[in-house]
Design a protein around this ligand. Structure first.
Ligand code: NAP
Ligand code: MG
Length: 403
């Protein structure tokens, strides 16, 4: 079979630990035999980030901006222990944070649904995609622990010196205080990313806040979404046969539990943090969750939602066999290849990515899977495979599909 040719390179962001091992296996077994793979390679492994004083991370983000599609392996976000382990010059920032800041994007997370791994919520038939705003609110807060009686005020000083002053509370005794913010620019980007992604994936978009209580803060989110929708997206949504739907966050939660799935749920930063963990664990496994960062100007960066699976990596280093699930990392590649195929008009590339996804799902549904899935599956007579054997088994299924 002739290898599929590509036009524009994918931006390839390599990573750390067990996922770095899987990354290499996936390329060698599942991609290189079929595609004349064109990538611009950036090594975001912690050693090279340290060597380049993290310049490589920013370079990779700029390359993503230039080419439009990137695929990323999980990476270590350094903490004190990692600074020691890797002899780091500095506690480098989270690569995902750096890339997100450069692309000003929104993160969309979608579970990969297979027969035999049933969601806890019985009526969920299709995946629910969580869109989380990734700027501001409680993640950029300022806090005070109040020691005793006193007056707390909210003060805004404009550039011309004029002040707006609002009483927060007259404290009679000790208490706590918190200041949070967001910007119209960031909320608008969030809204556009959500509307674009809904059109892209032809799914309804839900958005929810607590605007009945937070009459200025949350209400501004609601208003910005509605304005942008009415002015820029309404027609395209109608043409596509999808809808935009706003409701209160508590109403949204109740509806989500009763829904069939197959839509995008946009959440403010904190709601998105909490709800994405709830939705992903209710669907089965963190190892089956994909993640894509979409910028408002249409740059896509695909990755797995899980981390570098450190515990398995140490076993691997000790020469023990691992059974690490590569599905979300495979889907990061297929997501990126499909998008590249679509943008460059290479139907064979998109079709191959579809087949690889199908082969992955079929392999699991035939009872061959890694340990994490074997522990939760409802299938009988399951074969638990090692990291490598699982990928080789997908290759076999893929060969059957392709021939
Ligand atoms: P993790 O890598 O997501 O793993 C946590 C645990 O979840 C694992 O020990 C494993 O459980 C299970 N697990 C996750 N992915 C799995 C897979 N593919 N197959 C099988 N089991 C899987 O989180 P972590 O251990 O807290 O973090 C490790 C490193 O990843 C950290 O340095 C963190 O900074 C980084 N991280 C990176 C990203 C990213 O780049 N997007 C995201 C999160 C964390 P068992 O051990 O019970 O088998
Ligand atoms: Mg969280």
């Amino acid at each position: 079979m002739e290898k599929i040719q590509m036009k524009t390179p994918l931006v390839e962001m390599d990573g750390d630990e067990m996922t770095r091992i899987l990354w290499k296996m996936i390329k060698e077994e599942l991609l290189l035999p079929y595609i004349d793979l064109k990538t611009e390679y950036y090594d975001l492994g912690l050693e090279y980030r340290n060597e380049t004083e993290d310049k490589v991370t920013l370079d990779s983000a700029l390359a993503a901006k230039k080419y439009g599609v990137a695929v990323k392996c999980a990476t270590i976000t350094p903490n004190a222990a990692r600074v020691e382990e890797y002899h780091l010059k500095e506690m480098w920032k989270s690569p995902n944070g750096t890339i997100r800041a450069a692309l000003d994007g929104t993160v969309f997370r979608t579970p990969i649904v297979v027969k035999g791994i049933e969601p806890c919520v019985r009526n969920w038939e299709k995946p629910i995609t969580l869109a989380r705003h990734a700027y501001g609110d409680v993640y950029k807060n300022t806090e005070i622990k109040v020691g005793g009686p006193g007056k707390a005020e909210l003060v805004f000083t404009a550039e011309d010196g004029t002040e707006i002053r609002e009483l927060i509370h007259n404290f009679a005794g000790p208490g706590i205080l918190q200041g949070i913010h967001n910007t119209e620019q960031s909320i608008s980007s969030f809204a556009r990313s959500c509307f674009n992604y809904a059109l892209d994936t032809r799914q309804d978009l839900w958005f929810a806040t607590k605007d009945t209580i937070s009459k200025k803060y949350d209400h501004t989110f609601k208003d910005i979404f509605q304005e942008i929708f009415d002015e820029e997206y309404k027609e395209a949504f109608e043409k596509s046969g999808i809808t935009y739907f706003y409701t209160l966050i508590d109403d949204a939660v109740a509806r989500v539990m009763k829904a069939k799935g197959g839509f995008i749920w946009a959440c403010k930063n904190y709601d998105g943090d909490v709800m994405s963990d709830m939705v992903s664990s209710a669907f089965g496994s963190l190892a089956m969750m994909t993640s894509v960062l979409v910028s408002p100007d249409g740059v896509y960066e695909y990755e797995a939602a899980h981390g570098t699976v450190q515990r398995h990596y140490y076993k691997h280093l000790a020469g023990e066999e691992t059974s690490t699930n590569s599905v979300a990392t495979i889907f990061a590649w297929t997501g990126a290849l499909k998008k590249r195929g679509e943008l460059d008009e290479i139907p064979a590339l998109s079709a191959f990515a579809e087949k690889l996804e199908q082969a992955t799902i079929q392999t699991i549904e035939s009872g061959k899977m890694t340990k994490d899935l074997a522990l939760i599956t409802s299938l009988k007579d399951v074969t638990v495979l090692s990291s490598e054997a699982f990928i080789k088994e997908i290759r076999k299924t893929l060969e059957e599909i392709c021939h």
